[in-house]
Design a protein around this ligand. Structure first.
Ligand SMILES: Nc1ncnc2c1ncn2[C@@H]1O[C@H](COS(=O)(=O)NC(=O)C[C@H](N)c2cccc(Br)c2)[C@@H](O)[C@H]1O
Length: 533
């Protein structure tokens, strides 16, 4: 009996809870590998479903004894690992929303997340190096034997809640929102589990798969990988951060672990394609890689074609969606992409969700080719931005097709059009539509054209201010190693041959690599710093 009175009953297997959904594999096949990871002393170690469940319950018992209540937040600072998974599943078991942050997060950003979330407890991996967590937050570390407490959480008073329900918060993801203050995307157990069930219906994974996960834990892509792998009884293969920074080390880790599925943002592939196409081709020939899943940003078609050529036997899966609904669609793309395809399909929503395009007039847009803003109906809708009802009301709006119902839909801020086949095609963010001399320019079109120029492996376009007040179109390109710096006049002619004159870039900047956000996407806000002064 814990000093704080009777323990609340654990989440019952019949109701949606992240722990019960993901540890089902522990009941049916406890000896199967759940996590295959780099071992601290080098080499690899395997944690089975049975062992993962045991670590989860050890951690849940220890957290339970602290007298935390359903709804009390726990910050987890770690890379993806078996112990991080056990800790977040322990939180799910007790209804403690976890707030994942990555070790690289600067101190002041972590301070902002802690100010925002008001956590009861902060836990880091046993080898974590963070110091200076402010009172009254409790602090501790976790390892294979569960958590060890350093500073007890402030006394919480008697428990008010009996048990965790599917509409309770599973996690809060703080996104580096464009405005300074980070927004906390609050996701319920029902939201996560219903999306994972929807993806399962597509049948992309079998229990024999090994899913290489490359996203930082603070990005819901990492949470997806955990749910995707464990929900199928497959093995999760977290790729260590120091393996991601070098293409050779990344590819050798994929080979050593026998990864069959590689999940990454498109930009992660750019240096691999540029510097190690041969080693990538060898991995392709080995036949172990069955699938490449990507999300977070549009995969530039020229780069995707190059990757498909090197991994001919793999499925290429485009996962689209904002963190506010976890995601929405999972689309297997044609391999190879049809020649001339300028835009990738984001398909149709997973079972249980629906995307509709709404025009500026609030009416549905459904004739092919016309652009509208994606609105989403789904049981995976987030509960709201943490402690921010105004911003929530701007995103969760009355259903424009069914106002009387009181039901809300997510207004995504993303533009798309229907293809002839009914699939949706992504046209960028509504707030990133730019005008050049009064003409609407879709940056993706300019980038796609320039990336197809021989000797260029990647292109990112941006409209940047100019002292004469007239904004200018800049393009940053990564030339293939050993290729001469591209001639701006040749590029201009190449663009003019396919696009209207106003899409011809004013400035061309060859760069070694594009700046990336902490989640690994191209950091468009950082491009202006690359313009030579
Ligand atoms: N496949 C695409 N093609 C093009 N543009 C994409 C794609 N996926 C996103 N985006 C863009 O990224 C925005 C959203 O950013 S986000 O909130 O940080 N979330 C993300 O990126 C990650 C996303 N939630 C995700 C990723 C993997 C698994 C899960 Br489960 C969830 C979307 O609104 C889109 O603008």
């Amino acid at each position: 009996m814990s000093p704080f009175g009777p323990r609340p009953p654990r989440a019952h297997a019949s109701v949606d809870n992240l722990r019960t959904h993901l540890l089902d594999g522990a009941r049916t096949a406890p000896h199967r590998p759940a996590v295959i990871q780099a071992a601290p002393g080098g080499g690899l170690e395997t944690v089975t479903y049975g062992e993962l469940a045991a670590r989860t319950d050890r951690c849940a018992d220890a957290l339970d004894d602290l007298g935390l209540d359903v709804g009390d937040r726990v910050v987890i600072e770690s890379d993806t690992s078996a112990d991080a998974v056990a800790t977040l599943l322990a939180c799910a078991t007790l209804g403690l929303p976890f707030v994942p942050v990555s070790p690289g997060l600067p101190d002041e950003r972590l301070r902002a997340v802690i100010d925002g979330a008001g956590p009861a407890l902060y836990l880091q991996a046993e080898d974590g190096r963070r110091t200076g967590i402010p009172e009254p937050v409790g602090t501790g570390r976790f390892g294979p034997h569960g958590p060890t407490l350093e500073r007890a959480p402030a006394p919480r008073g008697p428990r008010r809640r009996r048990t965790v329900t599917p509409v309770d918060t599973a996690y809060i993801i703080f996104t580096s929102g464009t405005t300074g203050r980070p927004k906390g995307v609050t996701m319920s157990h029902r939201g996560v589990v219903s999306f994972l069930r929807g993806v399962q219906a597509s049948g992309f994974l079998t229990p024999r798969d090994r899913v290489a996960s490359t996203a930082p834990l603070q990005f819901d892509f990492a949470l997806f990988d955990i749910g995707f792998a464990l929900g199928h009884g497959a093995a999760l293969v977290p790729v260590p951060r120091d393996r991601l920074s070098w293409p050779r080390r990344f590819l050798s880790f994929l080979r050593e672990t026998g990864a069959t599925q590689i999940d990454a943002v498109p930009s992660l592939w750019r240096p691999v394609l540029r510097h190690e196409p041969g080693m990538l081709a060898e991995l392709g020939e080995s036949g172990t890689v069955r699938g490449v899943l990507f999300s977070g940003e549009a995969f530039p078609p020229a780069e995707l074609r190059h990757l498909q050529k090197l991994l001919p036997g793999a499925d290429f899966i485009n996962l689209y969606g904002p963190t506010e609904v976890m995601a929405i669609s999972v689309t297997r793309l044609p391999n190879p992409l049809p020649a001339g395809a300028e835009r990738l399909s984001i398909g149709t929503a997973v079972p249980g969700a629906e995307m509709t395009l709404i025009g500026p007039d609030g009416r549905i847009v459904d004739e092919p080719g016309r652009i509208g803003e994606i609105h989403v109906r789904s049981t995976s809708l987030f509960s709201g931005y943490w402690n921010d009802p105004q911003t929530t009301a701007a995103a969760l709006v009355p259903d424009p097709l069914d106002r009387a119902s009181g039901r809300l839909v997510l207004k995504t801020g993303d533009l798309a059009s229907h293809g002839p086949d009914g699939d949706l095609y992504f046209h960028g963010r509504a707030d990133s539509q730019v005008q050049i001399r009064g003409n609407r320019v879709e940056l993706g079109e300019v980038e796609g054209r320039i990336a197809a120029f021989p000797g260029i492996t990647g292109a990112v376009a941006a409209v940047l201010p100019h002292q004469d007040g007239e904004p200018r179109l800049h393009v940053f390109v990564t030339p293939a190693p050993g290729s001469p710096a591209p001639d701006p006049k040749e590029i201009a002619a190449f663009v003019r041959a396919a696009l209207p004159a106003y899409m011809v870039p004013h400035h061309l900047h060859p760069v070694d690599a594009f700046p990336l956000t902490p989640n690994g996407k191209v950091d468009r806000a950082a491009l202006s710093a690359l313009v030579p002064s």
